[in-house]
Design a binder for this molecule. Structure first.
Ligand code: SF4
Length: 72
């Protein structure tokens, strides 16, 4: 299976990989383990700034809505 090379160090993936939220699982399936991994805005952010974005920034570049954010 093809996977993003940043899986092990990506805060979003580490935090949300076991989520049951379907929308979030969709993002992981499409980006982290799917055909859009090279379009991930988190990846672009890291390349541009040299540091990872906030864990709650989505692959689309938007922030995870507060009500969906998980603790820690
Ligand atoms: S969120 Fe982006 S950078 Fe992180 S593992 Fe998924 S595709 Fe890679």
């Amino acid at each position: 299976m093809q996977e993003c090379e940043l899986l092990a160090t990506c805060g979003f993936f580490q935090k949300y990989q076991d989520t049951l939220d379907m929308a979030c699982r969709g993002f992981i399936k499409t980006y982290c383990k799917g055909e859009k991994m090279d379009e991930c805005r988190r990846k672009a952010y890291r390349a541009e700034h040299g540091v990872p974005p906030h864990d709650d920034m989505l692959q689309s570049g938007q922030m995870m809505p507060k009500s969906y954010q998980q603790a820690g």
